[in-house]
Design a protein around this ligand. Structure first.
Ligand SMILES: [Zn+2]
Length: 480
């Protein structure tokens, strides 16, 4: 019987050797990744527990580096003048395919895992409300699996893992691009946690962030207010003007701010105040004009309140340049991998946590079992520094269903899911789909050729990548 099966297999292999070999390769690769689930679940959980914010991800970065070294990749740490940035490499020559890992957490989103009640582990502490513990670890699982596959099949080319810090507002990748680290890369493969399995070619908003600092004159707020010039007045005047401006910008624009310094006591006229702004728009050129108007409002506020203003631009990222061709390749692999089922306990947790959302979700529990059909032309209102990579190298990214359906990113609910078993399940879907996509890019040169042709066409002739951060140092203290 065994002999007959072997004979049968040999005959099939003889008829369509390449197709059969690739199909078997891919199934075997996906199975090998499945077998690593417990290991990567513990890595993801550890990083979730570290919950380190942008540019302060020492432990998370070190753990990922250690994993990559142990797997046989060579690690270059502290690249681009950023202590927590690194690049891990295996192989040599072309093509060069890069898998992206992020690992920073968000301030204030500390939350216990797998519970549907708001309960911070540490009051005002940071938490993985964007699931970057899963992002970095899923990318690690994919990169190591591809490395092992390359070693076993003697596949020529280079696989890299980019450890990219401070995705949340720190623009870490922009500095890594500036340092030339993406120069020889042919394609970039990435993913992001979310509430669905999808590989559509979506764009994002371009985003400029900055801190406006006003300086006035301190005085007794009751005895000698006429001697004072309030820096907080300037912040309020600026915010008022910007809030009126909202009516006169294209409606897809997003502007948000927090007052980070507003004085130290009501009876002292504040001589220093600071407001931290984000402005976003699907079109970088339109955003440039809006940002200039925001800066004008700050100047006007300073003039009117007798204070001075200085601006520190802390971050700037493009809108994502989608690549439909690469998304098609990734979508096919994601469909092959498929979604996943919840256990009864996981389904209960998902239903409970959905009840805590302000609006009833438009997606049902169970939707994580499927892969969304591919759609074109969608733009997310959020932003990412992966966008800058996408204007330098053909880039593809997908979403894995790590959060209960309907749970938005940057919420305590997302932190709870990112530390849970459903988060791990979604992460493994992404790890497999990324690894299989990367294998496709290595084995069929036509993929990179077609992706590059689309990339060139979308960028247009004569495109030169420029960033507002051109001559500044990474804002390593932007969270302070
Ligand atoms: Zn994120």
């Amino acid at each position: 019987m065994v002999k007959r099966l072997c004979a049968l297999f040999a005959a099939c292999a003889f008829l369509t050797p390449v197709v059969v070999a690739q199909r078997d390769d891919k199934s075997a690769l996906a199975q090998r990744i499945d077998a690593t689930r417990d290991h990567y679940a513990s890595v993801a959980k550890e990083i979730w527990g570290f919950a380190e914010i942008g540019y302060q991800e020492q432990k998370s970065s070190a753990l990922l580096q250690q994993e990559l070294k142990a797997a046989g990749l060579q690690v270059r740490a502290g690249v681009a003048d950023i202590p927590t940035a690194f690049v891990a490499t295996f192989g040599s020559g072309k093509p060069v395919v890069a898998i992206i890992g992020e690992f920073d957490a968000l301030p204030g989103l500390s939350q216990e895992a797998q519970t549907a009640q708001r309960h911070a582990i540490e009051e005002n502490g940071a938490g993985h409300g964007c699931g970057h513990n899963l992002l970095g670890t899923g990318a690690l699982a994919a990169a190591v699996a591809v490395k092992d596959w390359m070693a076993a099949t003697r596949q020529p080319g280079t696989i890299r893992y980019y450890g990219t810090p401070a995705e949340e507002g720190g623009s870490g990748k922009v500095y890594m691009i500036r340092a030339g680290l993406f120069k020889d890369v042919d394609a970039v493969v990435s993913w992001h946690p979310g509430d669905r399995n999808e590989a559509s070619p979506t764009s994002s908003t371009a985003n400029v962030t900055g801190k406006f600092r006003f300086r006035g004159v301190a005085a007794h707020a009751a005895a000698a207010p006429d001697r004072g010039r309030s820096a907080l007045d300037a912040v309020e005047a600026m915010d008022y003007m910007v809030n009126m401006m909202r009516e006169h910008v294209p409606q897809e624009t997003r502007i948000h701010y927090i007052i980070t310094r507003g004085g130290s006591a009501p009876n002292v006229v504040p001589d220093f105040a600071e407001v931290y702004y984000y402005a976003r728009q699907p079109n970088m050129r339109i955003l440039d004009g809006i940002w200039d108007r925001i800066v004008d409002a700050a100047k006007g506020a300073a003039l009117g309140t007798g204070t001075t203003m200085e601006l520190e631009v802390t971050g700037a990222v493009y809108n994502v340049l989608p690549n439909e061709y690469l998304s098609g390749v990734m979508h096919a692999n994601l469909e092959r991998v498929g979604g996943f089922a919840y256990t009864p306990e996981e389904a209960k947790f998902a239903e409970e946590i959905r009840k805590t959302l302000t609006d009833a979700p438009d997606v049902a529990v169970g939707s994580q079992e499927k892969v969304r059909p591919i759609r074109t032309g969608a733009v997310n209102s959020s932003s990412t520094d992966l966008a800058d990579v996408s204007w330098n190298v053909p880039t593809v990214s997908m979403t894995g269903a790590t959060f209960a359906p309907g749970v938005p990113a940057h919420s305590w609910q997302a932190t709870a899911c990112a530390g849970s078993t459903i988060g791990i399940k979604g992460m493994m879907v992404a790890a497999k789909a990324m690894a299989l996509t990367t294998v496709d890019l290595f084995t069929d040169p036509a993929h990179i050729q077609k992706a590059t042709a689309e990339f060139d066409e979308r960028r247009g002739p004569g495109f030169v990548y420029k960033t507002r951060l051109a001559d500044r140092k990474p804002a390593l203290d932007y969270r302070k």
